[in-house]
Design a protein around this ligand. Sequence first.
Ligand code: AMP
Ligand code: ZN
Length: 430
Amino acid sequence: MFWQEDVETLAQDKLQELQLKNLNETLQTAKKSQFYSKKLANIGFLKNLSDLKNLPFTEKQDLRDAFPYGLLSVDLSDVVRVHSSSGTTGNPTVVFHTEKDLREWANISARCMYTAGARKTDIFQNTMGYGLFTGGLGFHYGAEKLGMMVIPIGPGNSQRQIWFMKNFKVSAAHILPSYAVRLYHAMRDSGVNPKTDLNLKIFFIGAEPHTEELRREIQDLYGVKAFNSYGLSEISGPGVAFECLQQNGMHIWEDYVIPEIIDPDTLEVLPDGQDGELVLTTINRQAMPVIRYRTRDLTKIITGVCPCGRTHRRIERIKGRTDDMMIINGVNIFPVQIEKTIMNIPEAGKNYIIEITKQNFMDKLNVKIEINDETFGGTLEELERLKAKIQAKLKEETGVSPNVSFVDRGSLPAAEGKAKRVYDLRNEKK
Ligand code: AMP
Ligand code: ZN
């Protein structure tokens, strides 16, 4: 049932004792870095966990500004690995690990997969990118620690993915939700039925926002259970929070991180159950602890205990990032609202992009959807009716009238890594 029963079921008060002790140790370690030696100069020993809210936040920009070694808290000779987050502009953010950090990370990844039902008898295919991206190596070492046979195939090349899944009777896979949809189509095109021709039972899906509806769709297409996996490079990578068999929120491992939810505008800490931005403090990292890191991810802490017996609190599926929000003629919309609507319409395909353009000084929301040729073989008239239906549902969900168009399957841009769903073309020159 449990990977580490004693820790996973530790009573909340005991967990908080442990957190306070490890937080104080972490603050001492962090102060050895150039960045925190200044930032935490006036911070002494914390008597209560609630004192954490008086500490300053750490932002992604701080990590960029401190490039390369400003947040390093140990001697460089003790660092054994560096990872880097997919930055768009400026310096990338880099994250360092000691040998112990890597051991802890492998342990937490193993705990996640075990929690979702994976066992050493499973054959595990890791379709995530290996290298600087943390998705590949993070799960890789966790899976080995758990004792599964690991196929470190990495992303892309769907035919090869299918070949390995078939020939090695792969039972568990780590996969991006957007890629799971594309891989399914590749299987169908090759005459492979994942439900009858393969041995897949468990998917770990994460690294990008996705809806409950898309999860269900993936489960239906493959006949698997798909578990939501949350993480970010700044906090090691995958392994921060993970779903248990209940699939009702992700346990955030409170012996590794202290979660807080803040109001992104006022920066006040919010009580459990309220929506806001997730802030994380690492409490067992050596090379690069981060204190009150603003993730920009929007979620809430679920109140109540989970029937699985784990005491670590749960966070809800990530609703989006504060920087993901689209403002269309003054209306705030998150991409997941659009996904949710599309997934609820069976005739619509599961692959889509969102384009925002400007016409006569007005923003225009354009949604391009692949047609689902399994459920739709209709006439032009039916296609128009379907378009009107999707437009109406999207208007209902978002408050904005979108322009919906259908595209051929396979014609939307396909990323090897995380899917890019939103294209804001408002400032593009014509
Ligand atoms: P990176 O550090 O490049 O791996 O990106 C981390 C970011 O990916 C997080 O801050 C989230 O915005 C997003 N992310 C990771 N896992 C999930 C998940 N399960 N659901 C939604 N978003 C996720
Ligand atoms: Zn649970």
